[in-house]
Design a protein. Structure first.
Lengths: 205, 570
């Protein structure tokens, strides 16, 4: 593994279908944009190393499928995530309204309560905005999330969203340090996860 | 390789068995996209857990990549699947398994997955031991009894055989009757319909390998990913069952190899199976146990089992030496002394009763000879297995005493070869007179895909005794656990099951001696892994007097500092 990488962080991207989760990721990792991007199947995975405040962090980003038919799969990705990016489409109010559901799901399946959450209002380049910036901000405050508005198409705020999230994670003590040492004890840990308990990811050391 | 259209053509050419009317069971790729994703993810994660070693990474990656293609999943899922297979997804197999169990298409019948995974694993005519371990693991995750997997494997084979029967009217009707009995067989036969008449291949006797090939092609046709009904395909599938259908029993030592005088495989069962077990006897003696096959009479690990006959002359010598030792030469005093020393746990090389040491020469020589020969035989076995005389199928090795030593050296030899992976499924070593230090066992993890089971008996005084001067090794695997930190390593304390030494008059009877050294009969009441895992591994210590065994079963034996050799004083 890269010597200078401080840590590997697991980041999850969730949100309704078609809000632009994959586009945000593609913009962030490959700096490209495809308006015709096909719907994600199951989950997509990308790795990117970024540098925040002189600390290099390797991001393992899991981009989940928003489509209903893959909804059953999503719970499997939450475990062990340190950061989550919750995306809605500013031109579709329904995607904003559904945020509550996503937060619920996060609450249910996420194994740690100090997970850093970032709310992203995507597609601000579009004209027909339905959700006001303040609304988003208010919602983010209420649920103690970071907030940013972005556009995967114009590149606005994308980099910033990931960087701020990582910065916050690194600033949160206990969120990522233990993760590094956990690798050696997988076996014992595993037993718990097989028991079907969802709270199995307690720290081992 | 995947030529789905080929399947279509052949189906048209050979539409006979009218199975279409019967309830149709889905194949893997007919599942919903989400389920296929979960299925692949489940395999990926399982692989990451089962084979985490870096040298296995290409196997893991290739496996999931092919599975994605097999299931006709979009290529966009590849990055995440490869990530899963490399352990990046965490350990969510259980979650994915539950998702699969809830799938409406599966209708609570997760066997569809196993069937599909099995067909996938066999697609290239090579049943990799790692693939079988994965199939077993997934079977377990989906809460399917292991016997069902065994049945399924047998049915795969059966359907292959049926393909060979001439399609006479009578055969046809009787076959159809049979089809109705088992829905799975029926499912497999759907595939048979897709094989063209052009693949009619005569029976070649023996294993009828080419025929198998045609049938296997049929199965693969079922899922439509590869039409192996071609001549080339047949050649590929032939490999699954050993070169030219001869297999292990056809194996003859071409020339005397090294110091080995005898090396032959004896069939223990009549059946055929997609995986085989080779049992290796540790020593022979007069009477019932004069045959290599006797100790394995009750073993049912696979319906295709072999027994390795090796160096009977020397094993017989060793056996009679043991017999002599136990029958007459060890006097009552020695027995009493042994009983005392074993129970109090102070048995060391220095505390051997002098009366026992006096007769040591009876046993030391044959023992030494057999130690050397077993190592040679082990190495030879390794090369037989590496050359795939058994076909491209997973092999399980089981042996006691010097037979376990054969396995030890077989694994050691294999570990040095490059293409040693994916051949051995499980190994079971009972009372092995070999080095028990974990570092010597480490390389075996590369060779063995499933479990490495070390059955030891702390109070096996005879093993401690005969091994006392053989080397300066301080740890003997047959006497204590091997502390290897790997999921494969399973140590089983058989102290309470194996009647140890039993130096009591009652146990010195004709039959009693058989259990002196180690286990005589190993009865796997069921032939499955989880059973082994859960410790239900049943070892019958022949006809040893149960009461005597009872008295020997003292838990007061020391945990670590066991008597094994060392400063042999004579």
């Amino acid at each position: 593994m890269d010597e200078d990488v401080l840590t590997t962080l697991k980041i999850l991207i969730i949100g309704e279908s078609g809000v632009g989760k994959s586009s945000l990721l593609l913009r962030f990792t490959d700096d490209t944009f495809d308006p015709e991007l096909a719907a994600t199947i199951g989950v997509d995975f990308k790795v990117k190393t970024i540098s925040v405040d002189g600390n290099k962090a390797k991001l393992a980003i899991w981009d989940t499928a928003g489509q209903e038919r893959f909804r059953t799969l999503t719970p499997s990705y939450y475990r062990g995530a340190q950061g989550v990016i919750l995306v809605y489409d500013v031109t579709r109010r329904d995607t904003f309204v559904k945020l509550d559901n996503w937060l619920n799901e996060l609450e249910t399946y996420c194994t740690r309560n100090d997970i850093v959450k970032m709310l992203v209002g995507n597609k601000i380049d579009k004209e027909n905005r339905e959700v006001d910036r303040n609304e988003g901000l208010k919602f983010a405050r209420k649920h103690s999330m970071l907030f940013i508005e972005a556009s995967a198409k114009t590149c606005d705020g994308v980099q910033c969203a990931f960087e701020e999230l990582v910065e916050k994670i690194i600033q949160t003590p206990g969120l990522w340090e233990s993760e590094n040492q956990n690798k050696g004890v997988r076996l014992s840990h595993r037993e718990e996860s097989h028991g079907g308990a969802c709270g199995g990811y307690c720290s081992m050391l | 390789m995947a030529t789905p259209e080929g399947q279509g053509q052949e189906a048209g050419a050979y539409p006979e068995p009218a199975i279409e009317a019967q309830p149709h069971l889905p194949t893997g790729k007919e599942l919903g996209e989400a389920s296929r994703f979960a299925y692949t993810a489940l395999c990926g994660m399982s692989l990451a857990w089962l084979f985490p070693d870096p040298e296995q990474s290409s196997f893991r990656t290739e496996f999931v990549e092919s599975l994605v293609k097999w299931l006709e999943l979009s290529e966009t899922v590849l990055p995440s699947m490869v990530a899963f297979a490399n352990g990046l997804g965490g350990e969510e197999e259980a979650t994915f398994a539950e998702i699969l169990l809830k799938d409406p298409v599966l209708k609570n019948d997760p066997m569809v997955i196993i069937q599909d995974l099995l067909a996938f694993s066999l697609r290239n005519g090579c049943y990799d031991a790692r693939a079988r371990v994965l199939v077993c693991h997934v079977t377990w995750l989906l809460k399917i009894p292991p016997e069902e997997l065994e049945n399924l494997e047998e049915m795969f084979l059966e359907s292959l055989k049926e393909r060979q029967e001439e399609e006479s009217e009578a055969a046809e009707t009787s076959r159809k009757k049979r089809e109705n009995r088992k829905k799975w067989k029926r499912y497999l036969l759907i595939g048979l319909a897709t094989v063209g008449g052009g693949t009619a291949i005569g029976l070649t006797g023996g294993l009828a390998a080419p025929f198998m090939a045609a049938g296997a092609a049929a199965i693969i046709g079922t899922t439509g990913a590869a039409a192996l009904g071609s001549v080339a395909g047949i050649a590929v599938i032939t490999s699954l069952f050993g070169a030219a259908g001869a297999g292990l029993t056809g194996y003859k030592m071409k020339k005397r190899v090294g110091a080995i005088e005898e090396f032959e495989f004896l069939p223990l069962t009549d059946g055929k199976q997609l995986h085989i077990t080779i049992a290796i006897t540790g020593w022979l003696c007069s009477g019932k146990y004069g045959m290599f096959t006797t100790p394995w009479a009750t073993m049912a690990r696979s319906s295709e089992q072999y027994c390795l006959a090796w160096e009977s002359k020397y094993l017989m010598e060793l056996g009679s030496a043991l017999e002599t030792l136990l029958n007459g030469l060890v006097n009552m005093m020695a027995q009493e002394a042994l009983k005392y020393t074993i129970l109090s746990g102070i048995l060391t090389a220095l505390t051997w009763p002098t009366s026992l040491l006096a007769v040591a020469n009876v046993i030391d020589n044959p023992w030494g000879v057999c130690l050397r020969r077993s190592a040679e035989v082990g190495k030879h076995l390794a090369h037989v297995l590496l050359s795939r005389q058994q076909g491209r199928r997973p092999v399980t090795l089981i042996g006691f005493s010097l037979g376990a030593r054969v396995i030890y050296f077989c694994l050691q030899e294999m570990a040095q070869e490059k293409d040693c992976q994916g051949i051995i499924e499980d190994v079971v070593l009972l009372g092995a007179p070999v080095e028990g230090e974990a570092k010597y066992w480490k390389p075996f993890t590369k060779v063995v895909s499933g479990k490495i089971i070390n059955g030891y008996s702390r109070g096996d005084w005879l093993l401690s005794f005969v091994y006392r001067t053989s080397s300066v090794q301080l740890k003997v695997a047959g006497l204590q656990p091997v502390n290897l930190d790997d999921r494969r390593m399973v140590n089983m304390d058989l102290s309470s099951v194996v009647s140890v030494g039993s130096p009591f008059p009652g146990a010195l009877e004709e039959e009693g001696k058989d259990c002196q050294m180690q286990t005589r009969a190993c009865s796997f009441s069921h032939s499955n892994l989880p059973l082994l895992e859960s410790g239900c591994f049943l070892v019958l210590s022949a006809e040893g007097d149960p009461q005597d065994t009872q008295t020997q079963r003292e838990p007061s034996l020391p945990p670590r500092s066991l008597p094994c050799s060392g400063q042999g004083d004579k």
